[in-house]
Design a protein around this ligand. Structure first.
Ligand SMILES: [Mn+2]
Length: 307
């Protein structure tokens, strides 16, 4: 919008609280884009505070990753950008702004990480990545909700509709789902070739869904979108729409490991829907630590792959 700033202030700390030599823009392999947007939230509010809470909590995360035996972030570098200002004209205008920013920032060899914000921000992240890497771009969505409504509370850019937009750029694989409408169930039945939905009870029951995920993404470029309400409220209470019978840390990492192993490349990921609860740090810290772990898995696998 005219006269409105594209970016707001820099976060007080960068992600992980890294020293300048491990967080400068030129040499960092990972770039963090904070997206404090909250416009169509339907239940609990507060997602606009999500990026700040994740960055603040990330300062307490150990840089040493026991799986790899190294302080990985100091090797690959993580640059944190200023907060991208929402465009208050409409949700669509904000999505357009995020799309433009991501298209400018993403490039081969650099991992783009979005920190939401409500899930609507992911539409901009996915579109921006698709502009840089081309289509089809497969979306893997970790979520309690299918987000497949055509429109919700008057807006096709509601957080309840994001997966419809992911489908515009490629097939979609969803896992952890446990809250869904009749309209969405019908839509899933009508779109078996480009949409796979795996429900929480099937994953808890040990169904072999990771093999189906591996097949779905084999050799493809992937955008990974992690709605924190995919996890159980016991671990992440601070989301706008918490749903019982959710997923564990280990189940989340199993999904990420499968994508890392079988996709051609994860070109970007985002972590969305944290709505921090003052005085309760556990959700913020879980989000920060999971974000760092996903970064480590993706960057390490990239640096191991030839070419
Ligand atoms: Mn959700």
């Amino acid at each position: 919008m005219q006269g409105e700033k594209m970016y707001e202030t820099l976060p007080a700390e960068n992600f992980l609280g890294l020293p300048p030599e491990a967080s400068d823009e030129a040499s960092s392999q990972v770039i963090v884009l904070p997206l404090p947007y909250e416009g169509t939230v339907s239940y609990g509010g507060g997602t606009r505070e999500g990026p700040q809470a994740i960055i603040q909590a990330s300062r307490q995360v150990e840089l040493y990753d026991r799986e790899f035996g190294r302080e990985l972030a100091l090797e690959y570098g993580v640059h944190t950008l200023p907060y991208l200002a929402p465009d208050h004209a409409s949700p669509e205008a904000t999505v357009d702004r995020i799309t433009a920013a991501v298209a400018e920032l993403a490039r081969p060899g650099r991992l783009l990480v979005g920190l939401g914000g409500e899930h609507t921000v992911s539409v901009g992240v996915a579109r921006g990545l698709a502009q840089v890497y081309g289509t089809p771009l497969v979306t893997v969505q970790w979520d309690a909700h299918s987000d497949l409504r055509e429109s919700y509370e008057g807006s096709p850019y509601s957080h309840a509709c994001v997966a419809r937009h992911f489908l515009e750029i490629g097939p979609v694989f969803q896992a952890g789902i446990r809250a869904i409408s009749l309209e969405e169930v019908d839509f899933i039945a009508e779109n078996p070739h480009r949409l796979q939905v795996h429900f929480a009870e099937d994953i808890h029951g040990g169904a072999g869904y990771l093999e189906q995920l591996a097949d779905f993404i084999a050799g493809k470029r992937v955008f990974l979108t992690i709605d924190l309400d995919g996890f159980d409220p016991a671990y992440i209470a601070a989301t706008g729409t918490p749903e019982p019978n959710g997923m564990t840390w280990q189940q989340g990492l199993a999904l990420v490991r499968t994508v890392v192993r079988h996709a051609a490349e994860i070109v970007g990921f985002d972590i969305v829907e944290l709505a921090p609860i003052p005085g309760q740090h556990a959700s913020d810290f879980f989000a920060a630590r999971f974000t760092y772990k996903v970064m480590n898995l993706i960057v390490e696998s990239r640096n191991l792959k030839p070419g």
